[in-house]
Write a protein that binds this ligand. Structure first.
Ligand SMILES: [Zn+2]
Length: 235
């Protein structure tokens, strides 16, 4: 017996194509986008600013939020429900007391569980002692095939950006939000704030628009695969 989810709804969000973009392909169709929920997680917040820009001192938490908001806007325009874990600079830990970091991470996972998310995308910026290191990386949960597929889809899309330093890497990661999410989850590290060129790019609104679109586009490709399992077989 097959479930026939009514009709595929095609959409092609229209965005201003920035100097960094080379897109390329319109994201694949998602069958009934209104039935899909994506959680966009802007990493860190509050007392936890994440890593800081080596030259500018910019806070990772602030850039994460900017990118997350841009990704949400794209999902909104595509008719896909997107839920943000935070929409302000505040963290999710409540009172600043012992165990705040764990409470913060638990709250993020709970938001995804509460909305029965189909995908969880955590947005971060990276840091490395080797300041020559550049580019994006997407982490997945090692034992989850779907998490890996989502990560690969995002990586492929980010690698197509003109401004990216090199191909985006897909890496297995041992992180709380990956290990504890019920849905396919990834952590997208958009670039290194320890590298001067990446740091400059990550403060360019044009580049942030482009990377947001790449994340959105990669996620849609993954979700189109996922929803295709509900489609009726060809007669
Ligand atoms: Zn981070």
């Amino acid at each position: 017996m097959y479930f026939v989810k009514a009709f595929a709804i095609l959409f092609a969000p229209i965005i201003a194509v920035s100097a960094f973009a080379c897109f390329m392909t319109v994201p694949a169709a998602v069958s009934s986008p209104e039935t899909v929920t994506v959680v966009i997680d802007a990493g860190h917040g509050g007392i936890d600013g994440g890593v800081t820009g080596k030259t500018s001192g910019v806070k990772e938490a602030d850039i994460n939020l900017e990118v997350a908001k841009k990704i949400k806007k794209l999902f909104d325009s595509a008719g896909v429900k997107a839920v943000m874990t935070r929409e302000t600079s505040a963290g999710l830990y409540g009172a600043l007391s012992k165990g705040f970091k764990l409470r913060d991470l638990q709250a993020r996972v709970k938001i995804a569980d509460d909305v029965y998310a189909d995908a969880f995308i955590s947005v971060h910026m990276n840091n490395c002692g080797d300041d020559a290191r550049r580019g994006a990386q997407v982490y997945f949960k090692p034992e989850s095939e779907k998490s890996k597929l989502l990560a690969e889809s995002l990586s492929k899309s980010i690698s197509a950006l003109k401004g990216s330093a090199r191909d985006c890497q897909t890496v297995a990661g041992d992180y709380y939000v990956l290990n504890n999410s019920s849905c396919p989850a990834v952590i997208c590290e958009c670039g290194f704030l320890s590298n001067a060129e990446d740091e400059a790019l990550l403060q360019s609104d044009d580049y942030l628009e482009s990377i947001a679109y790449a994340v959105f586009s990669g996620a849609i490709d993954f979700l189109a695969e996922k929803t295709s399992e509900y489609r009726a077989p060809a007669a």
